[in-house]
Design a protein around this ligand. Sequence first.
Ligand code: 5GP
Ligand code: MN
Length: 341
Amino acid sequence: MNINEERIEELRRLFGRPCNVVIVGHTNPDGDAIGSSLALAEVLTARGHKVTCALPNNYPYYLRWIPDSEHIIIYRNDDEHCTEKALGEADVIVCADMNALTRADALGEAVSKNSTAKRVLIDHHLYPAEGFDIVFSHPESSSTAFLMYSIIVALYGKEAITAKIATQLYVGIMTDTGNFAFSNLTPDLFEAVAALSATGINIPQIYNNVYNSFTEGRAKLFGYTINRKMKTLLGGRVAYMSLTEEEMRRYWFQQGDNEGFVNYPLTIKKMKMSAMFTAQTGFIRVSLRSRGDVDVDTFARRYFNGGGHKNAAGGKSFVSMDETIAHYINSVKEYHEEGLV
Ligand code: 5GP
Ligand code: MN
């Protein structure tokens, strides 16, 4: 990956003396946010910096095995105000796998109260926000973890990549590429994976830890969602599914259990776009996926207060489930009339 050497030099200068660093990821943290944050934390800690990783809310149970994830502070449960203390002392705040502080909700607001720390952005989403001092914005990267690998190697060489760091980074790359099935699978990504593999990491075990570690309730909820809740539009080229709180309770829902469901309609050959609406407290979470030229980043921005990538985006809806679905159906119609789906 083409990393700007001047920015690497700025980072090197920044970390040239012992720093207090806070690394922040986005709400509903995924393997990429966690893996890339923890890898950077490990690299910096090994070089004498004091590092705190913070996330706005908790992450799914099938990611709890990731080395050092137990040290992450969950801001929503942080009754002892460790996050505020760390932010108050921070010389550097790194935002990883998010393009704006608003992606970290209340934690983002806490970060914005610190006006003295240098702010670093390391991300692969489109449209990075203003207000960062050093920006590594690479939407062409399959994952933030691959970008983080490239930055770590540019800073400290391949020797800096230990097996622990390789495991953390591999989780991010694997989850954000759908186990090497999505776009942006470049030769240099596989060179990075070769280097991670050379540290001796157990790739099948990492796969099993993430993808074969669900509960029985999750399997049943998945079957129910596809069988009973998947609806199609435009002659079977657009799909949507929804889950209410009552339906989730019925299958002993745990955070993260519906992750990936939205991809499944795209296993149908002619499907171009898929949506999943999940009830949360106070709003409905919208997940969107698409194939090829159908741009769900634009769709999410236009209709659902969100964004993301061209083929994977998300947003929020603040009306009822029925109204959200009606809004989706109308939006798909409008998008279709413009020739966008
Ligand atoms: P997911 O469907 O897995 O929650 O999200 C897919 C992609 O969309 C991710 O890259 C995520 O960062 C982005 N995304 C999800 N929700 C939101 C949102 O509310 N706002 C923005 N800007 N991006 C989102
Ligand atoms: Mn990511």
